[in-house]
Design a binder for this molecule. Structure first.
Ligand SMILES: [Cu+2]
Length: 115
């Protein structure tokens, strides 16, 4: 009788270890491409400097009630004017430093560093 209980306990433990391992591997996969977001708010990019790994996709969202755009200084990318709530995404394949601004309000600047 005791031996049976012992075996049941071992079986239960194995199932829980297996479940934990499966849970972790699923989550590790989800973490491979984190959502990288830059908010455009109060005439500023936040964060103003973002460091990402090559291959990362960055999404800008305009939270202001007036249009803004995102123009990379070397013209690597350029968005249309984004209205409130609109988004623009760009995938950074090559390492480097990408400086950008809002060409409607050129004092608004930001930077993405790709490693
Ligand atoms: Cu602007």
């Amino acid at each position: 009788m005791r031996k049976t209980l012992h075996l049941v306990a071992i079986a239960a433990l194995s199932v829980s270890v297996l479940a934990t391992t499966t849970y972790r591997s699923v989550h590790a996969k989800a973490d491979e491409k984190p959502a990288l977001e830059v908010k455009i708010e109060n005439f500023a990019f936040a964060p103003a400097t973002l460091t990402v790994s090559a291959g990362a996709q960055v999404t800008w969202t305009n939270k202001d009630d007036i249009p803004h755009n995102i123009v990379e200084k070397g013209r690597a990318f350029k968005s249309k004017a984004l209205d409130t709530g609109e988004k623009f995404s760009y995938t950074f394949d090559k390492p480097g430093t990408y400086e950008y601004l809002c060409s409607i309000h050129p004092t608004m600047t930001g930077k993405v560093i790709v490693k």
